[in-house]
Design a protein around this ligand. Structure first.
Ligand code: FAD
Length: 289
């Protein structure tokens, strides 16, 4: 099913994100963890893609297994950095063959060894969105950044380019993680003001290990509120306590979003079925069939 048929209804959706195996050696273990998340029967799932296409085939395989074994709609992520139109068409063909109807179209980040090299066929995700849409087969999503993308000179410019990407054919957007919902509400106001009307799905990252904080804040430029910092300071050295606190914090964010009228919630559960299940359980009286 196309995501556009799932979103935008009165029903609240809760979706989970997983990653594909990176090597043959860990293939079965990573696949099992992804499918254990699918067994929780979320509204839909998304499967990430290694920039540069390192896990290209695995993304499609995992998305296809989720759909076939659990009947859950899966989104395949796809990055265009370093790819030719031929590479992209090859991947899109394999998605179509596997019955995948949803793509999250991304630019991706250039691996360190390619920095400074000329671009191939795509400079920005908007070009990929346009290319995919021209085929007519897929429901296409894009990424957005409530705190501004790290490359953007400022948030205003980032939203101007985001509008261009949506106009190229995005059916919906999913946000980068944020730990303060006011950042999302403010972003929503600013993008609606600029005429972006597609669903903007908040992406919630449950931080269940202290080491994840560094990645979130350094690579993605995510702001860490004092309340969240205290939690990591207090529980960061105790893995079980940190997991429980991270699930509780993410649950709290989700309940606040739903209470403010946001119906579609995406959780960066990654391949942690226990984390996805913890959040789902906390919301059992709020989100059900
Ligand atoms: P773009 O939309 O192209 O934007 C990138 C930058 O270019 C922004 O600063 C933007 O303002 C600027 N820009 C856009 N258009 C123009 C223009 N015409 N002229 C000048 N500047 C412009 N990465 C992966 O490798 N695999 C994944 O599976 C993956 N999944 C993700 C899922 C989500 C929901 C999010 C939020 C991110 C994900 N990423 C993933 C990370 C993403 O690839 C990086 O954040 C990347 O740096 C930007 O990708 P984009 O698609 O947002 O790029």
């Amino acid at each position: 099913m196309k995501l556009s048929q799932i979103l935008g209804k009165d029903k609240i959706t809760l979706s989970f994100e997983v990653f594909p195996p990176k090597t043959e050696a860990n293939y079965e273990a990573v696949k099992k963890a992804a499918l254990d998340v699918a067994a929780l029967n979320p509204s839909y799932m998304s499967v990430t893609y290694g920039a540069g296409g390192s896990t290209r085939a695995n993304t499609v395989q995992i998305a296809s297994a989720i759909q076939q074994q659990y009947g859950i709609t899966a989104i395949s992520h796809l990055t265009c950095v370093g790819a030719t139109k031929e590479d992209i068409d090859h991947t899109l063909d394999s998605m179509k063959e596997a019955g995948i109807e949803n793509v999250l179209a991304l630019r991706g980040d250039r691996p360190k060894d390619f920095e400074g090299e000329p671009f191939t066929d795509f400079h920005y995700a908007s070009e990929l969105v346009e290319h995919i849409k021209a085929r007519g087969d897929f429901c296409v999503g894009g990424a957005c950044y409530p705190e501004g993308h790290v490359d953007a000179h400022n948030k205003k410019e980032d939203i101007t380019y985001l509008k261009k990407k949506v106009d190229a054919g995005c059916d919906y957007l999913t946000t980068q993680m944020f730990f303060d919902n006011n950042i999302y509400y403010n972003f929503l106001y600013r993008v609606r003001e600029k005429g972006i009307t597609v669903p903007i799905i908040p992406g919630i990252m449950p931080i269940t290990r202290a080491s994840q904080v560094k990645t979130a804040c350094t690579l993605a430029g995510t702001n860490m509120p004092e309340r969240f910092r205290n939690l990591v300071d207090c529980f960061g050295d105790n893995p079980k306590a940190m997991q429980q606190a991270g699930i509780a914090y993410a649950t709290d964010q989700i309940i606040d979003l739903i209470a403010n009228g946001i119906h579609n919630i995406h959780v960066y559960s990654m391949n942690k079925p226990e984390v996805a299940a913890g959040i789902q359980k906390n919301l059992s009286e709020i989100i059900h069939d």
